[in-house]
Design a protein around this ligand. Structure first.
Ligand code: ZN
Ligand code: FE
Ligand code: FE
Ligand code: FE
Length: 161
């Protein structure tokens, strides 16, 4: 790995693997959540995540990069932890609060991934590609805020009771 382009390539493949893993994991989190709003938030973000994966494919196609071939171990670990929490026995509200915490850690990881990638893309002059990636970054921010609102408004309060 010698150039910033190499680094960009490594990071986008990593994020591609992360999004791909998340598409498989989100349905399990959706299934285990009890709050209807939380379920809807996962449903919505699952749909967005499928688009995000496609966006990465489009960016890679433009730049002649094969997006496959990386295995994002960080996302693997985050999902493992989330899934092990899903097997815990807990009251519905406590369970939801915990699922939100797991999901937010995942979103934060993605936010960091897109942030770096967009910075590299801009430095490399990949302006159109950077724009596409910004769309995904904005979705990740919104997903995180959504989860924050759900945690603050209802779920944490109920879990305290
Ligand atoms: Zn990697
Ligand atoms: Fe994502
Ligand atoms: Fe990674
Ligand atoms: Fe996300």
């Amino acid at each position: 790995m010698k150039t910033l382009k190499d680094l960009f390539e490594h990071r986008i493949k990593d994020l591609y693997s992360a999004e791909d893993q998340l598409i498989k994991a989100l349905p399990k989190m959706l299934e285990q959540a009890t709050n209807e709003n939380l379920k809807n938030s996962f449903k919505n973000h699952l749909e967005e995540t499928r688009f995000q994966k496609k966006r990465i494919e489009e960016v890679c196609e433009n730049l002649n990069i094969d997006p496959s071939g990386e295995d994002c171990k960080a996302m693997k670990g985050l999902i493992e932890e989330a899934e092990s929490f899903l097997t815990e026995d807990a009251e519905d509200d406590v369970k939801d609060a915990g699922i939100i915490a797991e999901a937010q850690r995942i979103e934060h990881y993605e936010i960091s991934g897109y942030g770096t990638l967009i910075r590299y893309a801009k430095e490399l002059g990949y302006d159109k590609e950077a724009e596409k990636l910004v769309q995904s970054l904005e979705e990740e921010y919104r997903a995180d805020e959504d989860l924050n609102d759900l945690a603050k408004d209802k779920i944490n309060k109920k879990a305290e009771a």
